[in-house]
Design a protein around this ligand. Structure first.
Ligand code: SF4
Length: 420
């Protein structure tokens, strides 16, 4: 008899009898986490590891096994978007990407027009690799450029130069990628407004389809936090970072980019469909070490450590889940799932508001009413009126949205909606 993996889950509350496979016949998004990096960047507290290359092959094997576990529960769902993120997915040899893509097609109902995004680090990919990705069905590339100044890249501990970022971008275009995102970071220690403006102008000159601009946060336990604590680097200047954001908003609008989410801009019809699904609070399934999911009324997350993930998924696969018995017991039987909780209706409403407010167009009030059977103002009238009086929220065109000032102070607004 195959042993049942020991569950690390607390007891789950909720509808334990709901059969997993018939919960929804709608769309779902898949996130696939690749936790390998060539070296750790100084600011990074993501679930990523340097020096674990020997685990790549067994890790991909575990991903395939995890996909097999979810085949039945998602059999009626159409996979609209896939995002391979990390970590550095471009550290996977092409043969391993092929294993992942083949299994995705075999085990899920991948839509013919699915958006398939792939994160790559400049300097880690060449033209044959990028052409290989295209031929495997990857149709959107996200490049972690971060800055067009080599001294800033060195401060961040990035493995590439600005010249390599430009080269990789052009190579991606030549390899057939017609949907490319560039990630940039602002608010770096000692970064001047002039330096940031140069980075944004250089990025715009390349004409990517999409730009993600993130404010640097100094995360505890990182080498960057240590350097700031020891006085080797100044802490980020929050006022200057806000000015950088406001300048970029104007510059990107002038260059024809639509600001569609707090940190994201796109050319027309080039919004990231995968991330839109998150902000619209639609179901997603995360595969891989530390990956989070929100699916079937539950939120859950896999164990973070890639070695434990590989070992525990193997056990889960041997034991074999029984989705027909319901999602709660199914999750409880998956040894690699480290955390799970039911999303209460109050929580689902609050999260829909908070995520929807990240969108520049805002949260459609009619969509809220359709989803929850209540008017948003009947649930959150007091909070909305208070935030409107503070100049952080506004209503118009059937949507509730953050004002320009509200986008700078988003957390102030969000915390008013979240239950204690
Ligand atoms: S490449 Fe990305 S995931 Fe890897 S260490 Fe750098 S910031 Fe972190």
């Amino acid at each position: 008899m195959t042993p049942t993996p020991k569950s690390t889950l607390p007891p789950l509350e909720g509808d334990a009898t709901m059969p997993v496979g018939i919960m929804s016949d709608g769309s779902i998004s898949l996130y696939v986490h690749i936790p390998f990096c060539q070296s750790k960047c100084s600011y990074c507290d993501f679930n990523s590891y340097a020096g674990l290359e020997s685990l790549i092959e067994p890790y991909v094997g575990a991903l395939l096994a995890e996909m097999g576990l979810w085949r039945e529960p998602t059999q009626h769902m159409r996979v609209a978007t896939v995002f391979l993120g990390g970590g550095t997915p471009s550290l996977l040899p092409l043969a391993e990407v092929e294993r992942v893509m083949t299994a995705l097609r075999q085990r899920f109902r991948l839509a013919a027009d699915a958006e398939v995004s792939f994160e790559a680090n400049p300097g880690t990919v060449d033209r044959p690799y990028l052409q290989g990705l295209r031929s495997l069905g990857v149709n959107r590339l996200s490049l972690g450029v971060q800055s067009f100044h080599d001294d800033e890249l060195a401060t961040l501990g990035r493995i590439h130069t600005a010249a390599q970022a430009r080269d990789t971008y052009h190579t991606a275009r030549r390899a057939g990628f017609d949907n490319v995102n560039l990630d940039l970071i602002y608010g770096l220690p000692r970064q001047t407004m002039t330096a940031w403006q140069y980075t944004v102008r250089e990025a715009v000159a390349l004409r990517p389809d999409h730009l993600s601009l993130y404010a640097l946060t100094v995360e505890e336990g990182t080498p960057l936090a240590d350097a700031v604590a020891r006085g080797r680097l100044p802490p980020p200047d929050a006022d200057l970072a806000a000015d950088m954001y406001l300048w970029a908003e104007d510059a990107l609008a002038a260059a024809g980019y639509q600001h569609y989410e707090i940190s994201n801009w796109a050319l027309p019809d080039r919004e990231c469909r995968h991330n839109l699904a998150y902000w619209l609070n639609e179901p997603y399934l995360g595969l891989g070490a530390g990956a989070h999911s929100c699916f079937g009324g539950f939120r859950f997350a896999n164990v973070k450590d890639p070695r434990r993930y590989v070992a525990l998924v193997e056990e889960s696969a041997k034991a074999g889940g029984r989705p027909a018995e319901g999602l709660a017991p199914f999750l409880a039987g998956l040894g690699h799932v480290a955390f799970a909780e039911q999303v209460t209706p109050a929580r689902a409403m609050a999260e829909t508001v908070v995520l929807g407010l990240r969108l520049v167009e805002g949260l459609p009030l009619e969509e809220f009413r359709r989803r929850f059977g209540q008017e948003l103002m009947s649930v959150y009238g007091a909070q909305v009126e208070e935030l409107e009086a503070l100049g952080l929220l506004e209503r118009g065109n059937g949507c509730l949205r953050l004002t320009a000032r509200g986008r700078l102070l988003g957390n102030e607004a969000f915390q008013r909606f979240l239950p204690d």
